[in-house]
Design a protein around this ligand. Structure first.
Ligand code: ADP
Ligand code: MG
Length: 628
């Protein structure tokens, strides 16, 4: 199409499309998943708007919230049409090419690193995957607020927009015409499409129809003899196929014999419904297979790897809701990046089966926004605006229960890991959790450990629960990670504090003069090396009645001094009084709080420590670097 207004794609989109259209990526199927997902999103949007204004749906066919897919085998064009919200001219220009999304550059970067094309949906650029199979695409769209427009592009850096004067009026919604590439002709067959649509549409909450061609028998006028022969053949066949029904068949054919009718086979097109679009979360958990849960996960999360774990439950009481919650195996690419600025797309909120929003911070706290899945509530009101819904007290209850459930799921994985470790040490095997269960928490911690730490900072209510989930290295555990409970279990008699030191690496911390004496006396010291750790410790003052003690701070007290040692301390203090006084005077007074004789060192003659209430040197370093 060279008619219409021409627009240049945003530069990164051009690069992205160039990569996609020339991609040798073999799994081209994903384009269909992405387009169906967009159609479903568009339907969700119009259905949501119709809650407060019924007239928005229009009437006749237009009001059918459905997706239809068909094929022109001759011209090798594949059509996907939804009756969703549609796009105005402005939407087409912005959404399909000119507005830069943060995901575009992030996805390009991933692809350069050899990332999987499959991830495209997660980066918010799924539409362009259509160029895996097409060399020319037209998007015809009709939004209630505008005329019908056509967007078209051959992925050559530009697209055209023109008012549509050639296609049938859509009423409302979007029709995508996919001109299949030479090497993607396999998508031009009904069988292939059927298989794919079934695979990707199983958990889409709108009916999806595929136009199929079937052989049907239609009555014709024909000479009698020919008819008889025809029928005999059929009879024989049926007898072979289903013996049990033989009697019935006989009766039927007798009837037919009485008034013989000639039939002829003819090809007839029909709309075949490919999904049952019943919400999976309404089913009983015992009726849903692991495979179905994982398939549903992929449908709601845009992830393509299985979830690490999930929970399907129903909350009862004042606030009723059903929910399926998933913890992904891999953290979303941008989870920790600009953590405080981003929207939180993870949990989808439904009210009585109607999709409301997938960005409700009232539903789940930020530190758990990696959790995917759905919450469907019967208690929340349906016909109110999103703003009003956010004020609903019931949402608070839902959030509280969801958080509990998620922390429960994580706790279970953590407990299985601890149990496995203990059993391995003891050489026990009876009732041991499966290998998968034993390894789950390590995977979780690797991907989401920082989320747990952020939770300790942000979620005062669950701080203790979250602290239980912490994993770290210590002076006694070598390469193994350990827990606070295990640390406490190993504490020396009379030890009151949990000792830790933070720094840039395990080696640095272990070799630090700050921990010399502690180690020499046999105390275990936690080695924190993540920049977040010291922030976390700023919020976690104690655990299980044990105070945390930062080894780099002035008030570090070793608890196992006996009377003799105490006396010796006093003597030393007297003896070096002049020296400490002199020292304080020599060094700039404003920068020094005091000089003390101390027995916290073993071989190092002196160290500079931080005041009890000041930032540690490590913290100063982090703050200066603005690392977080
Ligand atoms: P995402 O779906 O993650 O936003 P896509 O690249 O798949 O990213 O789609 C880009 C945008 O184009 C969508 O956000 C939506 O605004 C618009 N869009 C795509 N397909 C449709 C459609 N069938 N109906 C309405 N809008 C659509
Ligand atoms: Mg999409």
């Amino acid at each position: 199409r060279d008619s219409g207004e021409q627009f240049a794609f945003q530069a990164e989109v051009t690069r992205l499309m160039d990569i996609i259209i020339h991609s040798l990526y073999s799994n081209k199927d994903i384009f269909l998943r992405e387009l169906i997902s967009n159609a479903s999103d568009a339907l969700d949007k119009i259905r949501f708007l119709s809650l407060t204004d019924k007239s928005i749906l229009g009437d006749g066919d237009t009001s059918n919230l459905e997706i239809k897919i068909w094929l022109d085998p001759e011209s090798k064009v594949l059509y996907i049409r939804d009756r969703g919200i549609g796009m105005t001219k402005d939407d087409l220009i912005k959404n399909l090419g000119t507005i830069a999304k943060s995901g575009t550059s992030a996805f390009l970067e991933q692809m350069q690193k050899g990332g999987d094309m499959n991830l495209i949906g997660q980066f918010g650029v799924g539409f362009y995957s259509v160029y895996l199979v097409a060399d020319y695409v037209e998007v015809v769209s009709k939004h209630n607020d505008d005329a019908q427009y056509i967007w078209s592009s051959t992925a050559d850096g530009s697209f055209a927009i023109s008012e549509d004067t050639e296609n049938e009026p859509l009423g409302r919604g979007t029709l995508i015409k996919i001109h299949l590439k030479e090497e993607a002709q396999e998508y031009g067959t009904e069988a292939k499409l059927k298989e794919l649509v079934q695979r990707y549409s199983e958990f889409i909450n709108f009916p999806i129809y595929l136009q199929t061609e079937k052989e049907v028998e239609v009555p014709v006028e024909e000479p009698e003899e020919a008819v008889k022969e025809d029928e005999k053949e059929e009879e024989g066949k049926e007898d072979e196929e289903e013996e049990e029904g033989a009697e019935d068949d006989e009766e039927e054919s007798k009837e037919e014999e009485e008034k013989p009718k000639a039939t002829r086979k003819e090809k007839k097109k029909d709309w075949e419904l490919l999904n049952d679009n019943k919400a999976i979360w309404l089913r009983k958990p015992s009726d849903v297979t692991e495979e179905e849960y994982q398939k549903f996960y992929k449908a709601v999360s845009k992830d393509y790897t299985d979830a690490l774990t999930y929970s399907h439950f129903r909350a009862e009481g004042d606030v009723e809701f059903r929910s399926i919650l998933y913890i992904p195996s891999v953290s979303p690419y941008d989870f920790y990046d600009k953590y405080y600025e981003k929207a939180q797309h993870g949990l989808k909120l439904y009210v009585r089966r109607v999709f409301i929003s997938d960005d409700m911070k009232e539903l789940i706290p930020r530190y758990l926004s990696f959790v995917k899945g759905i919450v469907d509530s019967d208690t929340l009101p349906l016909n109110v605006s999103r703003e009003m819904l956010q004020q609903e007290a019931a949402l608070k209850t839902i959030k509280k229960k969801v958080v509990r459930k998620v922390l429960d799921m994580i706790r279970k994985m953590a407990e299985a890991e601890v149990k496995c470790k203990e059993m391995e040490e003891k050489g026990e095997t009876e009732d041991k959790p499966s290998e998968k269960e034993c390894g789950q928490y390590a995977k979780f911690w690797e991907q989401f450990g920082r989320a747990i730490k952020l939770g300790i900072i942000e979620d005062t209510t669950n701080r203790n629960r979250l602290a239980k989930l912490l994993r770290f290295h210590t002076s006694k555990t070598g390469d193994q990670l350990t827990t606070l409970d295990e640390y406490i279990g190993r504490m020396k008699e009379g030890q009151k504090s949990i000792y830790y030191l933070a720094g840039t690496s395990k080696e640095e911390v272990a070799g630090s003069p700050f921990v010399e004496q502690l180690l020499r006396k046999g105390y275990e010291v936690i080695y924190f090396t993540d920049v977040l750790d010291e922030y976390v410790m700023g919020h976690l003052l104690d655990y299980d009645d044990k105070k945390f003690s930062n080894a780099s701070k002035e008030d570090l007290k070793l608890t196992d001094k006996d009377e003799v040692e105490k006396k010796k301390d006093k003597e030393l203090k007297e003896q070096f009084k002049d020296l400490t006084k002199w020292w304080k005077k020599v060094v700039d007074d404003s920068k020094l709080q005091g000089v003390k004789v101390s027995n916290r060192l073993a071989t190092t003659p002196c160290i500079v420590v931080t005041g009890k209430y000041g930032n540690s040197a490590n913290m100063e370093r982090i703050m200066r670097a603005q690392a977080f």
